[in-house]
Design a protein. Structure first.
Lengths: 568, 230
C-alpha cells in the first residue's frame, strides 16, 4: 500500500480544516500564496476540505478584491489611485509603470511574472503616492517619482506629531516590545476590580468609539456583558479602509501591546474567551508584528489561559469594516452587512454576544483603567474627554498622525502641520474620510470635538483631515470619491448598489466639464435616496461628501461654470 | 400580546412580532415590494418597501421591521416617495424590465422616468441556454436573491448558484461559471418559480417566445436526450 503524499495545498490549508467554513478566508489566502490566484482545482479542494458548497466558495473569491479566480501573478504591484494619492499624480505613476511593463491596469503578463493594478486607499495617505508590492524580494518600483512603497517585509515609516503624546507615547520609534511596554498595568488593575466596576469606569470616562459611529464604549460593553449566550467574543476592528485613515496602522505597528491589553480588559469585562483582530489585507507587514506581540503576551501569561486572540486577515473589501459584514467575513462568507437589529452585543459573530471596537478605542482603555476615569477626563472637553488621533494628509507641509486633546481648533491643527503646503491658500478640508464632508476656511475656528463638529455639520468620523489647496480641481476629487464607493458597495441593497454607480457616472462626466442641465437634481435624488434608504452605513454615507460639496460649491454642478472654486 | 401604533394617521393593532408590511396589508394600506417573497427569508434589500418612522434617522424597510407600540409610521411621505421613485428610475436604467410587468406598473404609479440617467452603463449579459429545463437571462435580473435562497437554505439545500462580482457588477453565477448540468443543480425548478422578472424562464416558454413551434421544441428535446445518452 502506498500513501499518497498530501498536496502542497492540502498541507497549507490543513490548519484551517477544523474551523470549517470560518477557515475559508485563511485557506484562500494560503492557496494564493502558492499559486498567486485560486485555480478551480484549488477552490474545489478547499470546498471539499472545509465542507463549503462549491458555488459559495466561488462567491467568496469573487467578493474580495484581493482574491482572484483568473490567472494572476504572485508578484503584484498595486498603485493607490485614491484621493490623497491622486493629488500626487498616482494615475501618472500607474500609467508609466504599466507602459514600462507593457501592461494595462489590472492586467497580468502572459508568463504570470507580474500583475499591475490600481488600488483603493492603502492606508498610507501621509506617504502619498503609495504603492504596495507583493511577492517580490526586490522592489521594481522604488524611485518612481518619490512613491512610498510597502511590501510584506517593508513597513512604512511612522510620522507621529501633536501637542500631547499619550495614546502615541510609544509611537514613532519602531515596534515597542513587551519588555519596553512593561507590564499590563491596566489589565492588572482591572482584574483586581469586578467586571461591573471595569465597565463603570469605562462609562465614567466618557469614552466613545473611534471607528466612526461614536457609540459610548462602556454602554456597548455592558450590553454584551449582560447578554445571554456563550461563548462571547471581543473583536478588534483593524480593517481601517476609510480613505484618508491611517492611525490604526501606526498604533498597531508601533505599539501592538496597547491594543492587545485593551482587548484583554474588554474580554475580562464582558466574560469573553476568544478574541479576533480583523486586519485589512493591505496591511500584511503588520501581521508578523501582531503575531510576535501575541506570543510575547502569551509568554507573559496575559493570553492563553482564559482568553486568547486570533488574527484574521481581510482580502480587499472596505465594507468588511462595517461590523456585521466583518462578522460574516470571519464566518467565511461574502461581506454582506446584516440587518440590524439584532445588534452585535447580543447577536454578533457566530450569532453570539460580541463587543467590536476600533483599534484606537481599545488602545485608550488601558490608560483609562490604569489612571482612572477622573484622570482621563482632565484632558479634552466635558462632552469629548481625552485625546484624539487625527490623520492629516493632502496639501500640508507635515502629513502624519497628530495626537491632540479634544477642543483644539482646525486652525491650530493645521498650524501644527505647518500649514498649507508651499504657502498656498486653503481651499477645502475633507473631514471624516470619503464618508465625511468638506469644510472650508470658514470652519477654521471650529473646535475639534464631537459636539462642535456636529453643530458645524462635520462628521469626526475616523479622524480624517485631508487638505486641498486653492489649485485643486474639486471635481476631480469628487470623481475619486465616486469611484471609491462604486468599487466598494457590496451590492446587497438597491439604493447603494445602483446609486453608487449612477453617482460615479455623473461625477465622471462632470469632472470632464460636461455638465447637463439637471445634473444637480439628479445627483441630489441619488444622494438622498442612498442616504435615506440604504441598508448600511456605507450607502448611507456614500453621498455625504458629494452633498456637502453641492452645498458649498453649487457652481461645480451647473452647466457652463468652470470647475475652479471661486474665491471670495 | 398585541401592539398598537399608527400608520398614515390610522390607529392599528396587530400581534406582537408582526412586520409593518403585514400590518399594512391587513389594513388595506399598500406598500410596494420587490425582493420580498413569502417563501424566502426577508433580506430587506430592494428598499422599495421603505417607510418613514417618526424619530428614526433613516427610512425603514417595512418587510423586516416589526411594529412597535406607539410607532408613528408614514408610508407615503415625501422622502419615501422620492426614494421609491429614484430606486425605480435606477432599476430602469440598469436592467431590462420588459418581462417585469409589476415593476412597470410601479413606475407608472410613481411617475418614474425610465430615461432619467442618460449615461447609465446598463447590466447586460448573454442568455445562458445550457440545460433542458430553464434559461438564464441575467440582463433581466434585478438581484432579488430569491433564486439563490431557494437553491440553498430556504428550500432545496442544493447550493448550485451563488454570486459573482460585487456592487453594481454583481451577478448570479455558478462555480467558475460552469454550465448548469455540471453543477449540483437537480433541475427542481424552484428558482424559476420565484424569479419575478423573467430572468429565469422555463426553456419551453423561452423557445416559444423566440418563435420556435411546439413541434420543433419536442424534436429539440428528444435530440438533446439522445445526445446525452451517447
Ligand atoms: C462601511 C463601513 C466601514 C467601516 N470601517 C471601519 C473600520 O475600518 N474600522 C473601524 O473601527 N470601524 C469601521 N466602521 C465602524 C464599525 O461598523 C463599528 O461601528 C466600529 O468598529 C465600532 O467600534 P468603536 O465603537 O470602537 O468605534 C465602519 C462602518 C461602515 C459602515
Ligand atoms: S448600503 Fe451598500 S454596502 Fe451597505 S448593504 Fe447596501 S449595497 Fe451593501
Ligand atoms: S435570477 Fe431572478 S430570482 Fe434570481 S436574483 Fe435575478 S431576478 Fe431574482
Ligand atoms: S494611501 Fe492613497 S489615498 Fe490613502
Ligand atoms: S420588499 Fe422590503 S426591502 Fe425588498
Amino acid at each position: 500500500m502506498t500513501v499518497a503524499e498530501p498536496s502542497p495545498l492540502y498541507t497549507a490549508i490543513e490548519p484551517y480544516i477544523p474551523l470549517g467554513r470560518s477557515g475559508l478566508l485563511p485557506a484562500l489566502h494560503a492557496a494564493q500564496k502558492i499559486y498567486g490566484w485560486v485555480p478551480e482545482s484549488a477552490a474545489a479542494e478547499i470546498a471539499k476540505a472545509l465542507r463549503v458548497p462549491l458555488a459559495d466558495v466561488h462567491g467568496v473569491i469573487e467578493f474580495y478584491s484581493l482574491f482572484y479566480d483568473m490567472p494572476t501573478s504572485k508578484h503584484v504591484i498595486r498603485v493607490c489611485t485614491d484621493v490623497a494619492c491622486a493629488l500626487k499624480d498616482a494615475d501618472g505613476i500607474l500609467d508609466r509603470l504599466c507602459a514600462r511593463h507593457g501592461l494595462h491596469p489590472g492586467q497580468t503578463t502572459d508568463d504570470l511574472s507580474l500583475t499591475i493594478e490600481p488600488s483603493p486607499c492603502l492606508g498610507l495617505c501621509e506617504h502619498a503616492p503609495a504603492v504596495w508590492e507583493t511577492g517580490s524580494e526586490q522592489t521594481t518600483v522604488i524611485g518612481e517619482d518619490g512613491a512610498t512603497f510597502v511590501s510584506e517585509n517593508r513597513r512604512p515609516p511612522s510620522r507621529v506629531y501633536g501637542s500631547v503624546r499619550i495614546l502615541t507615547a510609544n509611537c514613532g520609534n519602531g515596534t515597542t516590545s513587551l519588555a519596553k511596554y512593561g507590564e499590563y498595568a491596566g489589565l492588572k488593575k482591572a482584574k483586581a476590580m469586578t467586571p461591573e466596576q471595569v465597565i463603570a469606569e469605562v462609562k465614567a470616562s466618557g469614552l466613545v468609539g473611534r471607528g466612526g459611529a461614536a457609540f459610548p464604549t462602556g454602554v456597548k460593553w455592558e450590553g454584551a456583558a449582560k447578554a445571554e449566550g456563550s461563548p462571547k467574543y471581543v473583536i478588534c476592528n483593524a480593517d481601517e479602509s476609510e480613505p484618508g485613515t491611517f492611525k490604526d496602522r501606526v498604533l498597531m505597528l508601533d505599539d501592538p501591546h496597547r491594543v492587545i491589553e485593551g482587548m484583554c480588559i474588554a474580554a475580562y469585562a464582558i466574560g469573553a474567551a476568544k478574541g479576533y483582530i480583523y486586519i485589512r489585507g493591505e496591511y500584511p507587514y503588520i501581521v508578523p508584528v501582531l503575531e510576535n506581540a501575541l506570543n510575547e503576551a502569551r509568554g507573559a501569561g496575559y493570553l492563553g489561559n482564559d482568553f486568547d486572540i486570533e488574527i484574521r486577515v481581510g482580502a480587499g473589501a472596505y465594507i468588511c469594516g462595517e461590523e456585521t459584514a466583518l462578522f460574516e467575513s470571519i464566518e467565511g462568507k461574502r461581506g454582506f452587512p446584516r440587518i440590524k437589529p439584532p445588534f452585535p452585543t447580543t447577536h454578533g459573530v457566530f450569532g453570539k454576544p460580541t463587543v467590536i471596537n476600533n483599534v484606537e478605542t481599545l488602545c485608550t482603555v488601558p490608560m483609562i483603567i490604569a489612571q482612572g476615569a477622573a484622570e482621563y477626563r482632565k484632558l479634552g472637553t466635558e462632552k469629548s474627554p481625552g485625546s484624539k488621533l487625527f490623520c492629516v494628509s493632502g496639501d500640508v507641509e507635515r502629513t502624519g498622525v497628530y495626537e491632540v486633546p479634544f477642543g483644539v481648533t482646525l486652525r491650530e491643527l493645521l498650524e501644527m502641520a505647518g500649514g498649507v503646503k508651499d504657502g498656498k491658500q486653503l481651499q477645502a478640508v475633507l473631514f471624516g474620510g470619503a464618508a465625511g464632508a468638506f469644510a472650508t476656511s470658514e470652519h477654521l475656528d471650529v473646535k475639534l470635538t464631537f459636539e462642535d463638529l456636529r453643530a458645524a455639520g462635520l462628521p469626526l468620523g475616523s479622524g480624517v483631515v485631508m487638505v486641498f489647496d486653492e489649485t485643486r480641481d474639486m471635481r476631480r476629487v469628487l470623481k475619486s470619491l465616486g469611484h471609491f464607493f462604486a468599487h466598494e458597495s457590496c451590492g446587497k441593497c438597491y439604493p447603494c448598489q445602483m446609486g453608487t454607480q449612477r453617482q460615479k457616472e455623473i461625477l465622471d462626466r462632470i469632472a470632464e466639464g460636461k455638465v447637463l442641465a439637471d445634473d444637480f437634481a439628479r445627483l441630489q435624488d441619488v444622494g438622498w435616496t442612498m442616504t435615506d434608504a440604504s441598508l448600511c452605513g456605507l450607502g448611507q454615507t456614500a453621498a455625504s461628501a458629494v452633498l456637502s460639496a453641492m452645498k458649498l460649491w453649487p457652481g461645480l454642478f451647473v452647466e457652463g461654470q468652470t470647475s475652479k472654486v471661486e474665491r471670495q | 400580546m398585541t401592539v398598537t401604533f399608527t400608520m398614515d394617521g390610522k390607529e392599528i393593532t396587530v400581534e406582537d412580532g408582526q412586520t409593518l408590511l403585514e400590518a399594512a396589508r391587513e389594513n388595506g394600506i399598500d406598500i410596494p415590494t420587490i425582493c420580498w417573497h413569502e417563501a424566502t427569508t426577508a433580506n430587506g434589500l430592494c428598499r422599495m418597501c421603505v417607510v418613514e418612522v417618526e424619530g428614526w434617522r433613516t427610512l425603514q424597510p417595512a418587510c423586516v421591521v416589526q411594529a412597535g407600540a406607539g410607532m408613528k409610521v408614514q408610508t407615503r411621505s415625501e422622502k419615501v416617495v422620492r426614494a421609491r421613485k429614484t430606486i425605480l428610475e435606477m432599476l430602469a436604467s440598469t436592467m431590462d424590465l420588459s418581462d417585469a410587468p409589476d415593476i412597470l406598473t410601479m413606475m407608472d404609479e410613481y411617475g418614474a422616468d425610465a430615461s432619467r440617467f442618460p449615461d447609465a452603463v446598463r447590466r447586460v449579459s448573454e442568455v445562458k441556454d445550457d440545460n433542458p429545463m430553464y434559461i438564464r437571462d441575467y440582463s433581466k435580473c434585478l438581484l432579488c436573491w430569491r433564486c439563490v435562497q431557494v437553491c440553498a437554505d430556504d428550500a432545496q439545500y442544493t447550493y448550485a448558484i451563488n454570486f459573482e462580482g460585487r456592487g453594481y457588477e454583481t451577478q448570479i453565477g455558478t462555480f467558475f461559471d460552469k454550465p448548469i448540468p455540471e453543477t449540483t443543480c437537480v433541475l427542481c425548478g424552484q428558482c424559476v418559480g420565484v424569479c419575478p422578472t423573467g430572468a429565469l424562464k422555463p426553456k419551453r416558454q423561452y423557445l416559444l417566445e423566440q418563435g420556435v413551434s411546439p413541434e420543433e421544441i419536442s424534436v429539440l428535446n428528444t435530440g438533446r436526450k439522445k445526445r446525452k445518452n451517447v
